[in-house]
Design a binder for this molecule. Structure first.
Ligand SMILES: [Zn+2]
Length: 73
């Protein structure tokens, strides 16, 4: 009857899919797939907004919709 020293369940989950545990090589993601997907999200997300016409600025001000990785899924 010995206590578990270091339970694996304590490992952090992937920052994108939140299902797989983080891999050291791709942290904070579980795999290259998630790492690439998140990188693409960044490139096509934040950076695009900077170059958008002022029309979208109004939407952004009133509260832009949540992104893919919301916690309430
Ligand atoms: Zn993942």
């Amino acid at each position: 009857m010995s206590k578990p020293a270091t339970p694996d369940q304590k490992k952090p989950l992937c920052a994108r899919c939140r299902k797989q545990t983080v891999a050291a090589e791709y942290r904070p993601f579980c795999s290259k797939r998630c790492a690439d997907a998140d990188l693409g999200h960044w490139l096509t997300g934040s950076y695009v907004i900077a170059g958008r016409p002022s029309e979208d600025a109004e939407e952004a001000a009133s509260g832009r919709p949540a992104e893919d990785d919301t916690e309430s899924h």
